[in-house]
Design a protein around this ligand. Structure first.
Ligand SMILES: NC(=O)c1ccc[n+]([C@@H]2O[C@H](COP(=O)([O-])OP(=O)(O)OC[C@H]3O[C@@H](n4cnc5c(N)ncnc54)[C@H](OP(=O)(O)O)[C@@H]3O)[C@@H](O)[C@H]2O)c1
Length: 282
């Protein structure tokens, strides 16, 4: 296993980021697990999982604080992502929320800042806040999360809306709806897709059909589920783990290329969509 992640995806700017990153939902909430969670995140960086996804929502800032501690001395290795809550996402609120995230994360700049989901504020307001933050050098890129095709069409029709770098959405073997419309739309528009809950918060790992494919490949169910996401062009995955053993296991997905027979067996057990499906959220 090489220390550098062998797989990357391209942002619209052409910049490449690791296709396998790390989520942080529910991290930083249990003092008894803190040291292990920090060790897990740092091990992930050692193994090339250098995209770190967090949000002001997670643990009311506790996840960002944990990430800030984990990244001490290593900030430059990381592509750091955080998110503004919809209720904060007017122009001024977006800037203020980002400044709070920067403080908790102990950094001066985010690599990517996302609208967590669409709420009551018009998209123009959030976009104006993102633009202010870009101009101030506090974020490098902006994007969205949980936006389906109609919202993306509306967003990209706004002035500067086509600069959207990423749509972060629920995507895994058991949630394939985006393959019908949103994923092709994003590819066409040049926006990258970040798959959240790529192992369905652990629930996928108990599905026997996935276990059978994994056994045939000498891999684990988590590795197959993650490798499957990484097979999709232009899609990154951000599994969350507070366990160094799981992080090491998940990193193995980068080196696992799924043969046609495995992909066919997975298609049979987890069929692709046969029509439009509204975007699901967790
Ligand atoms: N934008 C959004 O609205 C949104 C929504 C949901 C999630 N997210 C982001 O996406 C990230 C990932 O999604 P998620 O946390 O919902 O779910 P997930 O990554 O699909 O699953 C996380 C769960 O799986 C376990 N796990 C991880 N690797 C494992 C392995 N190899 N074997 C067994 N269990 C394993 C973790 O426990 P251990 O800690 O014990 O390993 C944890 O309980 C989040 O953390 C967050 O950053 C974004």
């Amino acid at each position: 296993m090489s220390a550098e992640s062998a797989r990357t995806i391209a942002l619209p700017s052409g910049e490449e980021i690791a296709a396998l990153g790390q989520g942080t939902w529910y991290l930083g909430e249990d003092p008894a697990r803190r040291e292990q969670e920090i060790a897990a995140l740092r091990l992930g960086l050692d193994l090339g999982m250098t995209v770190v996804d967090t949000a002001e929502m997670y643990g009311d800032g506790a996840a960002e604080e944990l990430v800030g501690e984990a990244l001490r001395g290593r900030r430059e290795e990381v592509f750091l992502v955080s998110k503004v809550l919809p209720g904060h996402a007017d122009r001024k609120g977006t800037v203020a929320a980002c400044e709070g995230s920067l403080r908790r994360l102990r950094t001066v700049r985010l690599d990517l800042y996302l609208l967590h989901w669409r709420g009551r504020w018009p998209l123009e307001e959030t976009l104006a806040g993102f633009t202010d933050l870009m101009e101030a050098g506090k974020i490098r890129y902006w994007g969205v999360s949980n936006l389906d095709v109609a919202d993306m069409v509306e967003l990209t029709a706004l002035p500067a809306g086509d600069a959207v770098a990423v749509d972060q959405v629920l995507y895994n073997l058991s949630r394939r709806g985006i393959e019908w419309d949103l994923l092709p739309w994003c590819r066409e528009a040049g926006a990258a897709v970040m798959a959240y809950s790529p192992i369905e918060q652990g629930r996928l790992l108990k599905v026997e059909a996935l276990g059978a494919v994994a056994r045939a490949l000498g891999a684990t169910p988590a590795q197959v589920a993650l490798a499957w996401v990484l097979e999709q062009q232009g899609v990154a995955a951000i599994p969350r783990s507070g366990s160094p053993d799981h992080v090491r296991e998940n990193r193995g997905a980068v080196d696992l290329h799924l043969p046609t027979e495995a992909l066919d067996a997975l298609d049979e057990a987890f069929p692709p969509p046969s029509g439009p499906t509204p975007l699901e959220m967790l």
